[in-house]
Design a protein around this ligand. Structure first.
Ligand SMILES: NC(=O)c1ccc[n+]([C@@H]2O[C@H](COP(=O)([O-])OP(=O)(O)OC[C@H]3O[C@@H](n4cnc5c(N)ncnc54)[C@H](OP(=O)(O)O)[C@@H]3O)[C@@H](O)[C@H]2O)c1
Length: 308
């Protein structure tokens, strides 16, 4: 099976590629860094025609921090929508039998939902703080559905919570939230800081997924699922407060300083946890990585990456 990983050098794409290789696949990684700009439709068509993939794992996105996606809201909307439209137009012309797997971020859920259930995905607007990016994840689902209706293109859509794990950037401004906390605490420990400051009360509860688990669920569906346009949560229905996460990192890193919560900064929504009913029905045997094990491995990755 010929597998193409778009955004293959990004945080999720790299992990997916590594897991595929471990299982004996030989995936092709593509992004702008090695010559495919998905904003260019004819380039995308030409690449897909030359590769003729059977499966496309779509980890390409113009993403960024909460601050970034608001400051560059129009660019984020434009680029992601164009990437999505070009991807499906190129698949339709170049490799219409290829399946497309899309990890949709759970920030696309309505802003006011604390338990995120698939049948409530459309029940309200996404939160203003993620307006640009969250809405493009909804567009991705709609585009995949329209290409299924008219051209029979098969997509498998998942809704995925915040990821953490090895392989992400070492710049805390360009990493995902939990990884960023590990980097900052590692630096605080090296400097011998007595206090580690966390913005906000530490009370908001979020669900986290070890990045390799996203790759593992993709591997599970490769042989089992032909098409799944209605997105399914990749979910444990288990959240941790920011304070709990900080305490786990502190314990595993053996950081002796004190955690301080700066309540001058606002908290986001109090709780965001994904319902796991459908996931458990469909994937009863899937085991998620224990959070402490995942964080331990992520700390080890950053200790090495930041020391070298
Ligand atoms: N990370 C999470 O917590 C998380 C959680 C849920 C779902 N997801 C989803 O997983 C996907 C990947 O996320 P990520 O965290 O891995 O993002 P990421 O680290 O920012 O990676 C995105 C990738 O897309 C590529 N890209 C950007 N613009 C492109 C373009 N015009 N043409 C071709 N490639 C382009 C980038 O590489 P170049 O700059 O080299 O082009 C990069 O490799 C996204 O759809 C995201 O919504 C992520």
């Amino acid at each position: 099976m010929k597998i193409l990983v778009l955004g293959g050098f990004g945080f999720v794409g790299k992990s997916v590629t590594e897991e595929l290789r471990k299982k004996g696949f030989d995936p092709i990684q593509l992004s702008r860094s090695n010559g495919l700009d998905l904003l260019d439709l004819s380039a995308a068509k030409a690449k897909f025609e030359s590769i003729r993939p059977d499966l496309i794992i779509n980890c390409a996105a113009h993403s960024g921090s909460l601050h970034y996606i608001s400051e560059y809201a129009a660019d984020v909307m434009h680029d992601n929508t164009q990437i999505i439209l070009n991807l499906y137009a190129a698949v339709k012309d170049a490799c219409p039998a290829a399946r497309v797997i899309n990890p949709l971020s759970n920030c696309s859920y309505p802003g006011n939902s604390d338990i995120q259930r698939e049948d409530e995905w459309w029940s309200g607007p996404v939160h203003k703080s993620v307006w640009s990016y969250g809405n493009t994840r909804k567009i991705l689902k709609v585009v995949s559905e329209c290409y299924a209706m008219q051209y029979g293109i098969k997509s498998i859509n998942f809704l995925v919570p915040n990821a953490y794990g090895p392989g992400d950037s070492t710049d805390p401004n360009h990493t995902h939230a939990l990884n960023g906390m590990i980097i900052r605490m590692h630096r605080a420990k090296r400097r011998g800081d007595d206090v580690f400051e966390i913005w906000g009360s530490g009370k908001p509860v979020r669900e986290w997924i070890f990045v390799r688990d996203i790759a593992r669920i993709f591997l599970t569906v490769i042989d089992r699922v032909e098409s799944q346009v209605e997105p399914i949560n990749v979910a444990q229905k288990k959240g941790y407060s920011i304070k709990e996460i900080a305490e786990i990192i502190k314990r595993l890193m053996k950081y002796a300083g004190r955690l301080e919560f700066n309540t001058k900064y606002q908290d986001g929504d109090p709780k965001k946890v994904l319902d796991n009913t459908l996931f458990r029905e469909r994937f009863p045997d899937f085991r998620f990585t224990d959070i402490a094990d995942g964080i331990r491995e992520t700390i080890a990755y950053y200790q090495k990456a930041l020391e070298s």
